[in-house]
Design a protein around this ligand. Structure first.
Ligand code: WQD
Length: 337
């Protein structure tokens, strides 16, 4: 089966392509390289041990999508292409609504025309906002507190409507908690452009001397050590969750919504300590005010993914930090391209 991975040159998408190859599935990458590098492609081929075809373009381009489905024997789609910075989404709402919602809409429309009914969608735990109960299971109310989270909830809604309208659709909606780390080969990893928003890439670049210190946003949260708690999961565990979802959809129609997380939380200070153990360096840190939009604590109840897919994380926080540091030490990015 050929799986179209939109955003397949990006952080999550590239790890999904590598996981598909490990599972003996062929991938076709669609990417416009607006937030990724062409240099990922030869590395993906090294990891996959085979050619990984590329369609360069924008997921909102219906003509390009139609041409892609006409030229390639696509039997399923993993849709990772999208804008994903929470803070930025508030500054560029139209871009986020256009790319994340119209892009998903165009893709679903062309899939329907082409008779390709299997879709795995990259959603996010930000659809929950600040949950009332922890751990968060899939029945928790959706109260996204950001433009980004609202775009993800909107796409989820229309995908569930689509599945309800026609029994042919096979859709998995995967709510990612906090993906982190890198493939152990250090060939692919997280390569945010400019100043990273996320904790782990910022930690990596601070330890590598690119930044003088890590600012810890908030030490007065109602948590054991006062810093924010999140559910970090290894990006390869996350990628393998996509493969498990595709296997499940091969035998099950309808829409399935799943939390993908470790099922426990770690505070910022706990992550920093684990990272310092992994890299053998102490990281200069300063304490700063809370970051707008941050919540105190969120972590997943991943029981449904375990029950339905037989999926759970297998890599711990130490592995996340070790693989993240190995990626950083190998350069932590892609040559220009
Ligand atoms: C984690 C913790 C920060 C940076 C976001 C998106 C989410 C998903 C993952 C897309 C928080 C603290 C961070 C720093 C810090 N992306 N922190 N100093 O905000 O939980 O989730 O990325 O799907 O949708 O919301 O991740 O890594 O930014 O923050 O103290 O320099 O680290 O306050 O407690 P977040 P994060």
């Amino acid at each position: 089966m050929t799986v179209l991975v939109t955003g397949g040159a990006g952080y999550i998408g590239s790890h999904v392509v590598a996981a598909l190859a490990r599972a003996g599935m062929r991938a076709l990458v669609l990417d416009d390289f607006s937030n990724s590098s062409r240099a990922v492609m030869p590395r993906l081929e090294r990891l996959a041990g085979t050619h990984v075809p590329l369609v360069e373009g924008d997921v909102r381009d219906a003509t390009l999508l139609r041409d892609t489905f006409a030229r390639h024997p696509i039997s399923a789609v993993v849709h990772c292409a999208g804008l994903k910075a929470v803070g930025e989404s508030g500054e560029r709402p139209l871009a986020y609504w256009d790319v994340n919602v119209n892009g998903s809409f165009r893709l679903a429309e062309v899939m329907g025309e082409a008779g390709v009914a299997t879709l795995v969608f990259s959603s996010s735990a930000t659809v929950y906002g600040q949950p009332e109960r922890l751990p968060v299971d899939e029945s928790a109310p959706l109260k996204p507190a950001s433009v980004y989270g609202r775009t993800k909830r909107t796409v989820e809604d229309f995908l569930r409507d689509l599945a309800a309208s026609n029994a042919n659709w096979r859709i998995a909606i995967l709510r990612y908690f906090n993906p982190a780390g890198a493939h152990p080969s250090a060939l692919i990893g997280e390569a945010p452009r400019g100043r990273p928003n996320n904790l782990v890439p910022f930690l990596c670049r601070t330890a590598a001397g690119e930044f003088p210190e890590l600012s810890i946003f908030g030490t007065d949260y109602p948590t054991p050590d006062g810093t924010g708690i999140r559910d970090y999961l290894h990006v390869d565990d996350l990628a393998e969750g996509h493969v498990a979802a595709l296997r499940y959809l091969a035998d099950h129609a309808g829409a399935l919504t799943l939390n993908l997380g470790m099922g426990r939380g770690f505070s910022v200070l706990e992550v920093v300590a684990a990272f310092e153990r992994a890299c053998g360096r102490s990281v200069t840190k300063s304490f700063a005010p809370r970051r707008d939009g941050d919540i105190a604590c969120v972590y997943a109840d991943p029981a449904r993914a375990q029950r339905v897919l037989g999926w759970s994380t297998s890599r711990d926080l130490d592995a996340i930090c070790a693989d993240a540091w190995r990626w950083q030490a190998a350069g932590g990015g892609y040559e220009k391209g």
